[in-house]
Design a protein around this ligand. Structure first.
Ligand code: GTP
Ligand code: MG
Length: 388
């Protein structure tokens, strides 16, 4: 398409808005005016749509009565199905929407063939195998008080509910991740490697913490692996039955201290459980489900931009050597992990603390608890030459 001609018709702003909307869409409804026929603007839009390769249906609007419907056929020239409608009179929408729905991709839930992969990781003896057994309500995996009982990652399929509502999981019980000393044997090394691989292959990682020991250096290392792999995460504080007996510390106090110590896991939900007693197991699964939904979220571009523009309005970007960051717009470019692209005047003007502020605001406004977020900053003039 001749870019210059297009710019004559669209203002630059309208054009980029339209491009974002097109890039975001599964199906595009191209609205035309039946009384005006094909306009130059329609031709430009059709050109953009053809380039996008997206599914398109044409809504020929202002077909106020059946007598006008025949004129809709003119728009068939564009090569997309055409539906005469009248937005004002709510005419023709059933056929239009049916065509739209037909083009939508099938709803992707976790199926029997493609279950949600949940890896349970943590230090030796944290209670990973006990948790898996609790969830399965059977002694499927070996539990013992000897640290290092589990040597290999064990995958157990697990289903909640039945029929089309059923949710399918694969629980992966891993070997406890311990600090390796040089003298450690090959089996030890292999166990640790397998557990790391389980993190990489998982959709959601459950980090099992032994409540009695609290977060240790080793737990920080494990958290580092989860962060590096950019996985959804839930923290379970296990063996809470032991803490409760003593009544020395409340969950609130414990969580506060935990979050202070493991500040880099601030985005992750925490559930207090007892794998031995079976306390809060359902809550843990609900939390896993919640995070699973968040890591596959598709935020509408309008919502995303509203949240970020509000954030920028509330806390102005810092000045770096006299220059000020200008935030233009954002678009989501991926899921699992959630990936966003922020268009700004100069990416290097966005200080790390301001980046954190934007992500935290986005996370809390959109409810993205437990999901890692990756942001790619682009300068606004990269837009045309961008590569995926
Ligand atoms: N009090 C208490 N003990 C627990 C709980 N969960 C597990 N344990 C005990 O902790 C010990 C270790 O449990 P496992 O489930 O084998 O721990 P693991 O994390 O799988 O350990 P490795 O496979 O060695 O990495 C066992 O003696 C369990 O009975 C709990 O909620 N409360
Ligand atoms: Mg085990």
């Amino acid at each position: 398409m001749d870019n210059k001609a297009a710019q004559d018709v669209f203002s630059v702003g309208t054009r980029s808005q339209a491009e974002i909307a097109i890039a975001d869409a599964n199906v595009i409804i191209f609205v035309t005016d039946i009384t005006a026929g094909i306009t130059p603007l329609d031709r430009e839009v059709a050109g953009l749509l053809r380039q996008s390769g997206r599914a398109v249906v044409i809504a020929a609007n202002k077909a106020d009565n059946e007598g006008l419907d025949a004129q809709a056929s003119e728009f068939q020239k564009f090569g997309y199905p055409v539906f005469p409608i009248a937005a004002l009179h709510n005419r023709g929408f059933d056929a239009l929407l049916e065509a739209v729905v037909k083009q939508l991709p099938p709803y992707e839930s976790d199926t029997e063939q493609n279950p949600l992969r949940v890896a349970i990781v943590g230090k030796p003896n944290a209670g990973k195998s006990s948790f898996v057994n609790r969830v399965l309500k059977s002694d499927r995996v070996i539990v013992s008080d000897i640290p290092g009982t589990t040597r290999d990652s064990i995958e157990v399929p697990f289903t909640i509910g039945s029929g089309p509502q059923a949710r399918h999981y694969k629980l992966i019980d891993t070997a406890g991740l311990r600090k390796l000393r040089r003298a450690e044997d090959a089996v030890e090394r292999w166990s640790v490697m397998r557990a790391q691989k389980s993190i990489e292959d998982a959709d959601v990682v459950v980090m099992m913490i032994d409540a009695e020991q609290g977060p240790t250096e080793q737990d920080k290392k494990i958290a580092g692996l989860v962060l590096e792999a950019r996985k959804g995460c839930v923290v379970l504080i296990n063996k809470w039955d032991l803490a409760e007996g003593e009544e020395t510390v409340t969950q609130k106090e414990y969580e506060k201290a935990f979050r202070r110590e493991m500040y880099f896991l601030s985005y992750v939900p925490i559930v207090f459980v007892s794998a031995r007693e079976g306390t809060n197991i359902r809550k843990a699964i609900e939390s896993i489900d919640y995070v699973a939904a968040q890591i596959s979220t598709n935020l509408p571009t309008s919502t995303l931009n509203r949240i970020l523009h509000d954030a920028v309005k509330r806390v102005a970007p810092p000045r770096v050597t006299g220059k000020k960051l200008k935030f233009y717009y954002a678009t989501q470019v991926g899921e699992r992990p959630l990936r966003f692209r922020f268009f700004v005047n100069q990416p290097k003007l966005c200080t790390p603390s301001y980046q954190t502020y934007l992500i935290n605001t986005l996370r809390s406004a959109a409810g993205l608890e437990g999901a890692p977020i990756v942001v790619d900053y682009r300068s606004s003039h990269d837009r045309d030459g961008q590569k995926e």
